[in-house]
Design a binder for this molecule. Structure first.
Ligand SMILES: Cc1cc2nc3c(=O)[nH]c(=O)nc-3n(C[C@H](O)[C@H](O)[C@H](O)COP(=O)(O)O)c2cc1C
Length: 172
């Protein structure tokens, strides 16, 4: 699959077939995240790869819209250093985490695996469920699995803002 085709076709997939991913597929996805770019090449991420059904169920309860994790074949929690900036979230770490997430999602798409992000809101529960030390935090998890539904391209509802609206040439 061409990169451009992947970018054009990628949709969030939240319903998955009850079919496991091969070890090769899981490794491919995780390795794509590992290869992502990061600020000053700091690679601030760790990934917790969750295949266990009970653990996925627990993780699916850590956000308000993370139910899709329960039915996925694989969940990857993106671990970042706990913010030291006084803000809840360190923007640089989350920018890097976002890129790792995108790489994983595009690599998954190439091998027919769908994915969806999930936002973690229950930080204390996340810490307990995933055994995180105080200096590590999870804001985003990703569900992966073979799609049980084929989301429309482009999505009927939503889609993307037109290029002319998004792009400002030379200045705002
Ligand atoms: C930072 C971020 C957080 C997200 N959190 C959730 C979430 O908690 N639950 C969920 O179902 N989707 C979540 N999504 C997925 C978005 O809803 C999805 O990417 C967006 O609606 C576009 O979907 P589409 O590519 O199918 O058009 C998140 C996406 C991003 C980038």
């Amino acid at each position: 699959m061409e990169v451009w085709e992947a970018i054009r076709k990628k949709r969030a997939v939240r319903v998955f077939k009850n079919e496991p991913l091969s070890d090769e597929a899981v490794t491919r996805i995780l390795d794509a995240g590992r290869r992502s770019q990061s600020s000053k090449n700091t690679q601030p991420w760790d990934f917790i790869a969750i295949r266990d059904r009970d653990q996925r169920q627990r993780v699916s309860e850590l956000g308000n819209w993370t139910g899709h994790v329960a039915g996925a074949a694989l969940c990857v929690a993106i671990v970042v250093p706990t913010s030291q900036t006084g803000q809840d979230v360190d923007w640089k770490h989350m920018f890097d985490a976002g890129q790792a997430a995108s790489y994983m999602q595009l690599a998954a798409l190439e091998i027919g695996v769908g994915s969806c992000l999930g936002t973690v809101y229950k930080q204390e529960e996340a810490r307990q469920v995933l055994g995180l030390p105080a200096d590590k935090t999870i804001h985003i998890v990703i569900s992966f699995g073979y799609p049980a539904e084929q989301p429309e391209t482009p999505a009927k509802k939503g889609g993307r803002r037109p290029l002319e609206e998004v792009v400002h040439w030379d200045r705002w």
